[in-house]
Ligand binder design. Structure first.
Ligand SMILES: Cc1cc2nc3c(=O)[nH]c(=O)nc-3n(C[C@H](O)[C@H](O)[C@H](O)COP(=O)(O)OP(=O)(O)OC[C@H]3O[C@@H](n4cnc5c(N)ncnc54)[C@H](O)[C@@H]3O)c2cc1C
Length: 392
């Protein structure tokens, strides 16, 4: 794979809005990703293999739960810092960002927000360091966009619960040490439970043959009369708002992450267009190529401003679900379009593993679907505008 001479696009001097700490965080994550991940990721993706050896180094770098308080092993940082980290990880690979997002936003976040003090102390520091890998089980084979319809059940047996059912499309599941799982109790209320690898009746078969997120491992979670100790139930989670709040946090990271993938594709396409000669001139001198590059940079710039403002709102505790949803939808769609245009600019070279563009494009096909599909996020915005729910 070609070594990149990446220059971050910053047409509107958005760097001026960042603190020195933000810039240092970006520099250190970028340096780590360039040294440890960039040189190997294409090979892992081509082989559809998960670079498990990176789980702990990501922890050492503070990638998981950067906004979690320091006392629980987190970074105690603000939301812009978190966003920048996700941007730099996904600039290299969406699969690696998926692994990190799940660990931080979908496993650490619910334990921090809904867990008991005992649960927080037992799991958060080990998740933050990467000593434990976690996964998040919401989606089921028959319930994706409509998680409220879930059929996984939690039955009170007096001194413990029994968990039965199955979850589908679960990032990290085949390698996860613990799973935060959402299931319905006998009253039909959605509860969160921590399931540990090794519990009898709990299996995590891998899903094979993905054309997307090939360096991220995905699987099922199967529960066959799994005995869950009462201490493993998240005491403060009650109802669908529990998992949905976790998704808010992860979707925020995705909005930044997808931007990173778009920036990388744009930068490569721009450099390639300047160097590639056809008809005796660089292809960058043709108006049609300039149109592509100009539109890419315009959309990247708008997406940068969107996530920066959203991060500030999150820092103030004012970001709504609708605002997060709009940013996730816009930025992933933007990144997918940028990746497709970049691939065209590279011509035949665009389809090879010499450049990461095709990998980004294929990865983003999952990102546009998971954590709420493109259309579902549109309906969330529509609901916000009209007050009318068009989901059903
Ligand atoms: C690689 C990958 C990793 C994932 N990781 C996780 C994970 O870690 N944990 C987890 O819980 N889940 C995970 N998911 C699941 C993901 O969140 C779901 O795939 C997603 O929510 C969509 O559900 P579905 O695939 O069942 O599609 P469906 O819900 O069946 O949707 C199919 C199509 O119908 C459309 N549709 C559905 N309902 C409506 C409606 N009311 N109006 C208009 N259109 C509608 C959708 O927009 C979509 O285009 C992952 C998925 C993938 C692909």
């Amino acid at each position: 794979m070609k070594t990149s001479t990446y220059t971050q696009p910053d047409y509107y001097n958005i760097d001026d809005l960042l603190s020195e700490e933000h810039k240092l965080i970006r520099q250190s994550v970028q340096a780590f990703m360039n040294k440890e991940v960039k040189p190997i990721i294409e090979d892992y993706a081509q082989r559809s293999a998960f670079p498990e050896h990176l789980v702990k180094p990501f922890g050492a770098l503070g990638i998981y739960g950067p906004t979690t308080p320091v006392e629980y092993g987190g970074g105690g940082l603000d939301y812009i810092s978190y966003g920048i980290m996700m941007q730099e990880v996904e600039r290299v690979d969406s699969g690696m960002r998926s692994m990190a997002s799940v660990q931080g936003s979908l496993v650490m976040f619910p334990i921090f927000k809904y867990g008991s003090e005992e649960q927080k102390n037992a799991y958060l520091p080990k998740l933050a360091s990467g000593e434990l890998l976690g996964c998040f089980g919401l989606t089921e084979p028959d319930h994706g966009s409509n998680p409220a319809g879930m059929t996984t059940t939690l039955k009170d047996m007096g001194d413990h619960y029994l968990l039965n059912g199955a979850k589908m499309w679960i990032t990290n599941s085949p390698k996860a040490d613990i799973a935060v799982v959402w299931a319905k109790d006998e009253e039909g209320r959605i509860k969160g439970v921590i399931v540990e690898r090794g519990m009898e009746g709990f299996t995590t078969p891998e899903i094979h043959n993905k054309w997307s997120l090939r360096a991220s491992i995905t699987g099922e979670l199967v529960f066959d009369n799994v005995k869950i100790p009462k201490k493993n139930v998240l005491p403060k989670a009650d109802g669908l708002s529990g998992p949905l709040k976790c998704l808010d946090s992860a979707r925020y990271g995705i909005a930044w992450g997808a931007l990173g993938a778009a920036m990388e594709c744009y930068d490569i396409a721009k450099n390639y267009a300047m160097e590639r000669i056809q008809f005796g001139k660089p292809i960058a001198s043709f108006q049609l190529t300039q149109k592509k590059l100009a539109e890419m940079l315009t959309e990247i710039t708008k997406a940068q401003l969107l996530v920066w403002r959203l991060g500030m709102l999150k820092n103030e505790g004012k970001a709504s679900t609708g605002q997060v949803s709009m940013a996730k939808r816009n930025n992933v769609d933007m990144a997918l379009k940028v990746a497709r245009e970049a691939r065209q600019i590279l011509g035949g070279m665009g389809i090879t593993g010499e450049y990461p563009i095709m990998r980004h494009m294929m990865n983003l096909e999952s990102v546009v679907t998971y954590e709420g599909t493109h259309d579902i996020h549109l309906l969330i915005t529509g609901h916000d505008i009209t007050g009318i729910n068009a989901f059903k």
